[in-house]
Write a protein that binds this ligand. Structure first.
Ligand code: DSN
Length: 426
């Protein structure tokens, strides 16, 4: 390469805008100084960050490679073509679109490709682990479509496939969606495909949460079963913040048109290039080992929290996340989130299935292993994290003893992350 990289120049940022430079450094300190257990986050590689911080951010490239509405796209075309080829290869998909700005944008495009306003869609209830874009009344999906929700069984907390079939027969949805944000178990894509075929529905999988585990061959892929798979690229997959769509070839044209020009304008070419980098990283044996370790770590963390008196929804996890019912220890999800934060452990409160508590004070927390696994942590670290987290959620914040306990745990967290740091200093 003859041209030296002209990229992120932090000295220039510090000189020109010390306030924002300070924010960037504070966030790096926050990542380095604590444990990130939010199941939908990860720590991108320097290569992904370099592509994101590149001059590709400048380019308008409405359209698709070779068919753009702007001149000068010959260079960025290469990034998108490489990204699409790598994505198709990695997932064995007939078609890939890397332009969605987010998972929600990818879902909007998928709805637009296959349904008209007023049509019925069948998806998992948000309160039971679904997503806003799966038919919530405060989202376009619930306002523009007739959204029917399926649930998990009250006894097993697993998806009730009999109920999905009954609801599909009764409501004849245009689209059936599988996928969730707080479901710790594997999804039976074959069962969904059969139900969709029986009622003539499009089968869509929102794989945002687990697509990275699919990339790493750690769990079964929805691609052979689904008409369309939407996803984000920044969760276990460890790419830049953004979305993507995989599909069968027969749906390629409709989906591409639904992304651009229907729901988006110019793609973010720096992000498309960074997605291409992430696909290359996810194609390696190292990444496959990472994906396996993500699951092993989530299972170890879930077991460790159970040993501390909490309850893992559905009895455990097959994936990167565990949903933890705190009622056995008499703590709310919001208390647990605040107490953990004070101990430098970042996680989110979360409703559990059939939660009797309100959404802002739910009965559970969601914990995930993608970030700590990227830092190189293994099962023994998860046991230690489970013990620290249990101490934190039980500490009575606001009392001298509770605050002292949280400060003590924060020290232990600092020592733990010092052994396996995020973004280690050179
Ligand atoms: N906000 C994401 C999550 O945390 O699961 C889903 O969009």
């Amino acid at each position: 390469m003859s041209t030296p990289f002209w990229g992120p120049d932090f000295d220039a940022l510090q000189q020109q805008d010390p306030e924002i430079a300070g924010v960037v450094l504070n966030e790096l300190d926050r990542l380095r100084g604590g444990l990130q257990l939010i199941a939908s986050e990860n720590l991108t590689s320097p290569a992904v960050l370099a592509a994101l911080g590149s001059t590709l951010s400048n380019k308008y490239a409405e359209g698709y490679p070779g068919r753009r509405y702007y001149g000068g796209c010959q260079v960025v075309d290469v990034a998108e073509e490489i990204g699409i080829a790598r994505t198709k290869e990695l997932f064995g998909a007939e078609h890939a679109n890397l332009q969605p700005h987010s998972g929600a944008s990818a879902n909007l495009a998928a709805y637009a490709a296959f349904a008209e306003p007023g049509d019925t869609v069948l998806a998992m209830d948000l309160k039971q682990g679904g997503h806003l874009t799966h038919g919530s009344k405060v989202n376009f999906s619930g306002q523009w479509f007739n959204a029917v929700s399926y649930t998990v069984r009250e006894d097993s907390e697993l998806i009730d496939y009999d109920q999905v079939r009954d609801l599909a027969r009764e409501n004849r949805p245009k689209i059936i969606i599988a996928g969730a944000t707080a479901y710790p178990r594997l999804i039976d894509f074959k069962a969904f495909r059969e139900i969709a075929d029986e009622v003539g529905a499009i089968f869509m999988v929102d794989a945002a949460h687990f697509i990275g585990l699919v990339a790493g061959k750690a769990i079964p892929s929805p691609v052979p079963y689904a008409d369309v798979v939407t996803a984000t690229t920044h969760k276990v997959l460890r790419g830049p913040r953004g979305g993507m769509i995989l599909s069968r070839a027969e749906h390629a044209k409709a989906l591409d048109k639904a992304v651009f020009p229907f729901s988006q304008g110019g793609p973010l070419m720096h992000s498309v290039a960074a997605k291409a980098v992430a696909m290359k990283e996810a194609s390696t044996p190292e990444y496959q080992a990472y994906a396996d370790q993500v699951i092993a770590n989530a299972q170890a963390l879930s077991k460790s929290l159970e040993a501390e008196g909490m309850r893992a929804v559905s009895g455990g996890t097959d994936t990167h996340l565990a949903l933890i019912d705190l009622r056995p220890i008499g703590v709310t999800g919001s208390e647990a989130e605040a107490r953990s934060e004070a101990a430098r452990i970042t996680l989110n409160k979360n409703a559990i299935p059939y939660d009797p508590a309100p959404p802002m004070k739910p009965s559970g927390i969601r914990v995930g292993s993608p970030s700590v696994t990227t830092q190189g942590m293994v099962e023994t670290d998860m046991v230690e994290i489970g013990r620290l987290l249990a101490r934190a959620v039980k500490a009575e914040q606001g009392t001298p003893a509770g605050d002292a306990e949280l400060a003590d745990i924060a020290e232990a967290v600092s020592a733990l992350v010092a052994r396996a740091p995020a973004y280690p200093r050179p």
